[in-house]
Write a protein that binds this ligand. Structure first.
Ligand code: 2OP
Length: 307
């Protein structure tokens, strides 16, 4: 069975994700789409120039939506660099541009007959994931956003740095909007099986400082004018591989939660059928309040944008 992935939006993030896919042979067929014809053709040629020095080969197609009909996964990395540079790293600053782009791209995806799963990076990712789902008509559980999969990774990096351990030894979740209203649900965070709240007491850790250190990642991407983002590209490809391989994995992804009436990041079991099961965490009262605030923020900002 061949593995086919589409990457739409070949800016810094999309090109990083595509390179990661080609270099690791994660797809047999890769469809690259961007409005800038010269750019995406150059990317494809560059990837093909890399292949003689890679142990794997990938068939690359450029700017052909019909080639997406039998794709397994489409990654949306459409974005607008200029709008990312805003005073408080507000992901919603891109919405006027990305809302219209998602409607156009979503309509072309629908017209292609695509019936696979979508992984959305495009910000504000919770709202854009919702727009893609509405425009394509794909089942809600077949359209997911990277959401706080990236923020949870940043939390793990900050905790690991504080405790001088490998970041993969940290489990736990950031929840809610992939943006300024997200938060670390410290009640879910464990290090080598021990609740971080116990470790914090024993070692007098400042969890608020750790929360701040975690968020630095996003600021570096925005403030540092990097505008390429290995963190989110890796998260998106990890999601695509989880779907392609069917390795049913518990991940904090942006998925539609009925009880909040919006897409937001909350752990779910992701596998070949997209979001296969939605989990229920035992959150503290304070965490539940923060999650409601974040859900309300997403819905309010979305409603404002449609006025
Ligand atoms: C990030 O948090 C840009 O939303 C992306 O890095």
């Amino acid at each position: 069975m061949t593995r086919k992935i589409g990457v739409i939006g070949m800016g810094n993030v999309g090109a990083t994700a595509a390179h990661y896919i080609v270099a690791n042979g994660f797809a047999d067929d890769l469809v690259l789409i961007d409005t800038r014809e010269d750019k995406v053709k150059a990317d494809a040629l560059d990837f093909e120039d890399a292949m003689p020095n890679l142990p794997v080969h990938t068939n690359i197609t450029v700017n052909d939506y019909s080639a997406l009909e039998d794709a397994d996964v489409i990654i949306s990395a459409v974005g607008n660099i200029k709008l990312q540079d805003n005073p408080n790293d507000d992901r919603f600053a891109e919405l006027p541009f990305t809302r219209e782009a998602a409607k156009k791209v979503g309509a072309q995806i629908k017209a292609s007959g695509f019936h696979g799963k979508m992984v959305v990076i495009t910000n504000p990712v919770d709202v854009i994931t919702s727009i893609y789902q509405q425009v394509t008509g794909l089942p809600k559980n077949h359209v997911v956003g990277t959401g706080t999969l990236l923020d949870s990774a940043r939390m793990k990096r900050a905790v690991a740095a504080e405790l001088n351990i490998d970041s993969r030894s940290v489990v736990g979740y950031n929840l809610g909007e992939h943006g300024n209203s997200q938060f670390t649900a410290w009640s879910t965070v464990r290090v080598l099986g021990k609740p971080i709240t116990e470790i914090a007491k024993e070692r007098n850790l400042d969890l608020d400082k750790l929360d701040h250190d975690a968020k630095v990642g996003g600021h570096v991407v925005f403030r540092g004018k990097k505008y390429t983002n290995y963190g989110v590209a890796t998260a998106a490809v990890h999601l695509a591989n989880t779907i392609l391989s069917g390795a049913e994995t518990e991940l904090p992804v942006s998925n539609y939660r009925e009880e909040y009436g919006t897409y937001l990041s909350y752990p779910a079991i992701v596998g070949r059928d997209g979001v296969q099961e939605q989990l229920q965490l035992e959150l503290t009262e304070e965490e539940l309040k923060k999650l409601q605030v974040s859900a309300d923020y997403i819905k309010t900002k979305f409603a404002e944008s449609t006025k």
